[in-house]
Design a protein around this ligand. Structure first.
Ligand code: SAM
Length: 286
């Protein structure tokens, strides 16, 4: 951080993310390992775009950014490389647009590294006003535990993956080494620059992650890769991942997650509970 960017703290965790996802979110969204919190998507869309503008998420997962954009009177375009998330996002976005006149939403299957070509093929030639996205990190994240009632044999918690079928899509960045992820993200930001209006804004949310016992400073990696693709960081905010109450931050994490972090920490692994997500805001470098 250079120290010159505008910064603030977003109270994004006053409600648990499960309660933030209401009727427009299908129960299957729980299978996705790394969904954005609707409150963070809403805050970004509300701050950096206006009604009737077009919001894009090039790695859209189950479509949180798209759903919240439509709800706020914007139109939305999403891309994901995994067909199952595309189908889920498409269904949910169709439900969201059905109750909103004037907003449209489209979700495509593809590689974000080919974004400009993909959107041109789909006849979406108008540059987008805002891009909001949360890139993939690490190949697994901690999953929701299953209860006795669901397993009939004890409480279980398994890691969730970015794909549930046989294998990940070849373009899947979550399964890449950090070196490949870095190169892949740089290509994605370059494609974002090609489809964004000259005065458009790119918002990326990220948190550090641990890979083989090493903490990766993912927010810094994003700032660097975006700079290499011609973006300049203009604002940096901290979106809280817990409820601020009585002078304390109560982090929304499961017992299993807290337990695992505690065990890793005691074993000397650099693992901590994350209390915020970085919200990195970029404009074009002049
Ligand atoms: C952190 S998740 C995004 C979650 C999303 N914001 C939501 O709320 O559901 C990252 C997504 O990027 C997708 N992805 C990974 N590599 C990709 C690529 N090369 N092109 C398009 N999507 C990709 C993954 O399949 C995953 O769904």
């Amino acid at each position: 951080m250079s120290g010159t960017e505008e910064s603030s703290i977003w109270a994004s965790g006053q409600r648990h993310p499960r309660w933030q996802r209401d009727d427009l979110y299908a129960p299957e969204v729980l299978q996705h390992p790394a969904k954005m919190w609707p409150s963070i998507a809403r805050a970004a869309i509300d701050r950096y775009s206006r009604p009737a503008q077009v919001v894009l998420d090039p790695m859209c997962g189950i479509g949180t950014v798209l759903i919240e954009a439509v709800r706020l009177g914007r139109s939305a375009v999403g891309v994901d490389c995994e067909r199952e998330w595309v189908e889920l996002a498409r269904r949910q976005v169709a439900d969201a647009t059905a109750s909103r006149t004037g907003s449209w939403g489209k979700v495509f299957s593809g590689d974000a590294a080919d974004l400009a070509t993909l959107l041109k093929e789909k006849r979406l030639r108008r540059p987008v006003d805002l891009i909001v996205t949360s890139p993939p990190y690490g190949s697994v994240t901690h999953g929701r535990p299953k209860t006795y009632r669901e397993t009939a044999g004890g409480v279980q918690s398994r890691d969730k993956r970015y794909f549930t079928g046989g294998a990940a899509h070849p373009a899947q960045l979550a399964t890449s080494s950090v070196r490949k992820l870095t190169a892949g993200l740089e290509r994605v930001w370059a494609e974002c620059a090609a489809v964004l209006k000259p005065d458009g804004v790119l918002v990326v949310t990220a948190r550090p992650f641990t890979e083989a016992g090493v903490t990766i400073d993912f927010p810094s990696l994003i700032v660097q890769t975006a700079a290499n693709a011609g973006f300049a960081l203009s604002e940096r905010h901290a979106a809280l991942l817990g409820r601020w109450t009585g002078g304390l931050l109560r982090v929304h994490a499961t017992f299993f997650h807290k337990n695992r972090v505690r065990a890793l920490h005691q074993a000397g692994e650099p693992s901590f509970l994350r209390v915020h997500e970085d919200v990195l805001v970029f404009g074009r470098a002049s």
